[in-house]
Design a protein around this ligand. Structure first.
Ligand SMILES: Nc1ncnc2c1ncn2[C@@H]1O[C@H](COP(=O)(O)OP(=O)(O)O)[C@@H](O)[C@H]1O
Ligand SMILES: O=P(O)(O)O[C@H]1O[C@H](CO)[C@@H](O[C@H]2O[C@H](CO)[C@@H](O)[C@H](O)[C@H]2O)[C@H](O)[C@H]1O
Length: 481
């Protein structure tokens, strides 16, 4: 029986390698990465894997499967159609002869050892939680608690959900650790924003409890973020989907008459987003866009729309109308207010807790550079993201269903009712109605809908009709052609 190549079972760190050779590990990862949602969900096609660092984190940890487990953090660079991207992996090695490891965790076998995704092992996640609570280092990783954090180190950690951009581990009912998969050198906006808004006294973000940082290209880089876990909370997207289902099940009741009406919650969500915008402006400052800045933004939007029309053929005939809407927005955007924003806001990024709404996942638009995600943008982009999401929620029951005029009418009615409630709540807090920015708001909705057509074209082709219909509607409501 083989055992991991560990010679020192006492301490993490050290230079003695664990596991298989670089070439063997790279070969395993080439097959495994495309099966992971956090890797393949953004449409990355793998053409090569390069190992950049292998940092020993722990040796001979107890493991229910395959005997003692050696754990390393592996930093890789992969060549994809979108260029070279960096990822973080936590790889555990144990004997391949032992009992079967949890299937979801298995990466593959090499040299008599089995490689697993170590975040699925409670002994590993428990060790990490203890290091964060104590503020101690784990190999080259700095694990630090927030000054006021209460961390229950006894709680067991389990990986949640498959449809995520990163990997999150929930500890009992008390904390959730997000291990960032795609890395760029420097502080991740998710950690930076949670900390800043918590300091500003915001009740609309999860309380930050700790952070893991480590070196990447010589810069201290966010590798993980620990926040309070809100048990018994519901995602805004699930709430919206059940509300629409209630409405569709009732042939002759209107959106305001069914039990599942969401308008009051949408109003509160609008208030929460406005409060977060106010706190972001206070914490990171504001600016007025100058003309050069505006031109750059509009040029970027137009360039992305042209590329989108090449990727999703359904957009091609609409391209001239899309460019007209962007040009029209340029005529109305002078003096636009800029500030830090969420950057990727939709109903799936909102959580209704027992006491109110939380906004989560402040990483920004994942396909954009860190510099772009940390820059100041128009808060109307977040409002546009929410309006698009209400449109999605309203229309998703029609996907794949036989055309039904009554259901189509109800979908539009639900969308209008909840979008209006959201904007009313937003206006009540800020004293500024985003709908006043008609042409500019419409352009941002259109920008997002165009992105969504490409996203759905690549990932959920049967859903492409939802954003495509919105592109059509927005072009004809606001363009010159
Ligand atoms: N503080 C929290 N309390 C409860 N659930 C949470 C919390 N933060 C995130 N979640 C759940 O975890 C999921 C993933 O979180 P998110 O930050 O969106 O990760 P990712 O970047 O991987 O998409 C969310 O959709 C939500 O259901
Ligand atoms: O994983 P991310 O949060 O970065 O977002 C990607 O996947 C989302 C789908 O989960 C996609 O969102 C689109 O579908 C949602 C419903 O599933 C809807 O609420 C959003 O409004 C709509 O944009 C998102 O575009 C994509 O980047």
């Amino acid at each position: 029986m083989s055992s991991p190549r560990s010679e020192d079972t006492a301490a993490p760190g050290g230079t003695t390698p664990v596991g298989a050779t670089d070439a063997e590990l790279a070969a395993l990862l080439t097959g495994w990465l495309p099966t992971q949602r956090w890797f393949s969900g953004k449409g990355e096609t793998l053409t090569g894997v390069g190992l950049q660092a292998r940092n020993v984190l722990a040796r001979a940890l107890p493991s229910a499967t395959g005997g003692p487990l050696d754990v390393e953090q592996v930093l890789i660079e992969v060549d994809t159609a979108h260029g070279a991207l960096r990822y973080q992996l936590w790889v555990g090695w144990h004997s391949a002869d032992g009992p079967e490891a949890h299937l979801a965790a298995v990466i593959g076998e090499a040299g008599g050892l089995q490689a697993v995704d170590a975040l699925h092992n409670p002994a590993v996640t428990s060790l990490v939680l203890q290091h964060i609570a104590q503020g101690t280092d784990l190999g080259p990783l700095r694990c630090r608690p927030e000054p006021d954090a209460e961390i229950d180190v006894e709680a067991n950690g389990f990986v949640i959900g498959a449809e995520q951009s990163n990997t999150s581990v929930v500890f009992g009912n008390s904390a959730i650790l997000k291990v960032f998969r795609r890395l760029e050198p420097g502080s991740n906006p998710d950690a930076e924003v949670h900390r800043a808004l918590h300091r500003a006294g915001s009740t609309h973000v999860a309380v930050p409890l700790g952070e893991i940082t480590g070196p990447l290209d010589g810069q201290d880089t966010t590798m993980g973020l620990l926040t309070r876990f809100y048990a018994n909370s519901a995602e805004g997207w699930s709430m919206a989907v059940s509300s629409v289902r209630d409405l569709m099940a009732e042939g002759d009741l209107r959106a305001d008459e069914v039990g599942g009406d969401l308008a009051a919650e949408s109003y509160r969500l609008g208030e929460a987003v406005a409060a977060v915008h106010a706190d972001l402006a206070g914490a990171f400052g504001t600016q007025t866009a100058d003309n050069a800045e505006l031109r750059r933004t509009l040029d970027t939007m137009a360039g992305e729309a042209r590329r989108a029309a090449e990727q999703a053929p359904s957009l091609a005939p609409l391209l001239p109308g899309i460019l007209d809407v962007f040009a029209l927005a340029g005529e109305h955007a002078a003096g636009m207010n800029l500030q830090r924003i969420h950057g990727d806001l939709h109903l799936g990024q909102t959580l209704r807790t027992l006491t109110g709404w939380l906004i989560i996942d402040f990483e920004g638009e994942p396909s954009k550079s860190l510099e772009h995600r940390r820059a100041l943008h128009s808060p109307l982009k977040d409002v546009a993201g929410m309006l698009r999401s209400y449109d999605y929620a309203g229309h998703q029951p029609l996907v794949g269903a036989r055309p039904d005029a009554q259901h189509a009418y109800r979908a539009a009615e639900w969308t209008a009712r909840n979008s209006t409630a959201f904007c009313d709540g937003y206006t009540a807090v800020l004293g500024y109605d985003p709908r006043q920015a008609g042409a500019v708001l419409r352009a941002f909705e259109l920008e997002k809908a165009v992105y969504e057509v490409v996203y759905e074209h690549g990932h959920r082709p049967s859903w492409e009709a939802i954003p495509l219909q919105a592109v059509n509607r927005l072009v004809h409501a606001g363009g010159k052609s």
